[in-house]
Design a protein around this ligand. Structure first.
Ligand code: K1U
Ligand code: ZN
Length: 170
């Protein structure tokens, strides 16, 4: 089922999310719904707070062409980060049509719990590294605009607020 995506500003996008204690069928169904919502948007990632659920769950698929590679992560954690940095012009499904350069570590090692409840660890680079950091930020109530200066952040917030009002009017 495709879920509505919250649009910034929304207090639920600023709250830290709770770790998932037990993997239930409801949480697995939520992960499936989030993947469907992400592909429909379309996007390359989605975090549970973006659909109003304050649990530590993200989904991603950064493959641009060919076979899809959906990834579901419960309780994802950055275990280590490279010293070298990468700049990418990021967007966010919760801040429609706004983009800005964000600098982040170019590569990260991430640990998480998979759909079967098994612990996983993997190194990510390129777009996958940017995306997984963006999604984990969502779980900590942080948006990509929080990396920008106050003027640019305020300008994007005003545009997003306007877009949100227009979308509500239909
Ligand atoms: O978390 C989100 O809001 C999803 C976001 C993820 C992201 C994008 C860019 C850099 C870091 C993280 C998006 O998916 S925005 C849409 C997007 O990037 C895209 C849409 C269609 C095709 C390709 C990319
Ligand atoms: Zn986002």
């Amino acid at each position: 089922m495709i879920k509505p995506i919250l649009i910034h500003p929304d207090p639920r996008l600023k709250k830290p999310c709770a770790p998932v204690a037990d993997l239930s069928d409801d949480l697995r169904a939520l992960a499936d719904d989030m993947l469907e919502t992400m592909y429909h948007a379309p996007g390359i990632g989605l975090a549970a707070p973006q659909v109003g659920v304050l649990d530590r769950l993200i989904v991603m698929d950064c493959v641009k062409e060919g076979e899809p590679e959906p990834v579901v992560m419960f309780n994802p954690e950055v275990l280590s980060s490279s010293d070298d940095l990468n700049v990418y012009e990021e967007g966010c499904l919760s801040i429609p049509e706004q983009y800005a350069d964000v600098t982040r570590p170019a590569a990260v090692r991430v640990g998480w719990i998979d759909m079967d409840g098994n612990p996983q660890e993997k190194d990510f680079d390129g777009l996958w590294a940017t995306c997984v950091q963006h999604e984990i930020d969502h779980l900590n109530g942080k948006l990509f605009i929080d990396y920008l200066g106050p003027m640019k952040r305020q300008m994007i917030t005003r545009k997003s607020q306007k877009m949100k009002r227009e979308m509500a009017r239909g």
